[in-house]
Design a protein around this ligand. Sequence first.
Ligand code: UP5
Ligand code: MG
Length: 190
Amino acid sequence: RAEKKPTVIFVLGGPGSGKGTQCAYIVEHFGFTHFSAGDLLRAEIKSGSENGLMIKSMINEGKIVPSEVTVKLLRQAMEESGNDKFLIDGFPRNDENRAAFEAVTGIEPAFVLFFDCPEEEMERRILNRNQERDDDNIETIRKRFKVFLESSLPVVQYYESIGKVHKIDAARPIEEVFESVKAVFTSINE
Ligand code: UP5
Ligand code: MG
């Protein structure tokens, strides 16, 4: 039985680059279901699962949670959603994440959106956010930036090397960034 694979778009970019903000707009305009890997992990902590403490300490250190945990949460969320078009935000964060998702789901992304933003601007945004996230303190923010440069940018570079990245200048006002995002989705649908 040939089952049609869902469409997946990975939404990548540094901490505070605007991934969640832009995904909310994409959902409104283009009918995707949005899953933030970070949000799923934070929900897992709140649920009191046996992995909760491990996840909490990794997030507080800005470290990348083991793929088996994150991929399982993403796969469950996708299965339960009833949709077949997904924005996966903040994942994959390293090469191991990327390989594990592909091995478990058999899905390769249709394309990757990459929000490019200078670190000073991302830091400013996170410090102004006030969402009471445990990792929004300056020490953890610096660790998140370091992990992003060392482990996550190489994933973006990999997808660039196979021609799948749409790079967006994310250092502009929210509406302007979304105009560029919209142009990508509109050109894909034609
Ligand atoms: N804002 C947004 N766009 C703006 C704009 N154009 N101009 C001005 N302001 C703008 O935006 C951040 C703030 O900036 C908001 O206040 C917004 O209003 C404003 P947001 O859209 O929230 O940015 P986002 O890129 O989503 O930032 P976030 O902090 O969520 O990114 P991270 O990648 O750091 O966080 P995430 O939740 O993905 O991951 C957190 C941690 O979970 C990781 O550090 C890691 O420890 C763990 N994790 C894993 O281990 N594995 C995973 O797969 C995923 C996460
Ligand atoms: Mg986010």
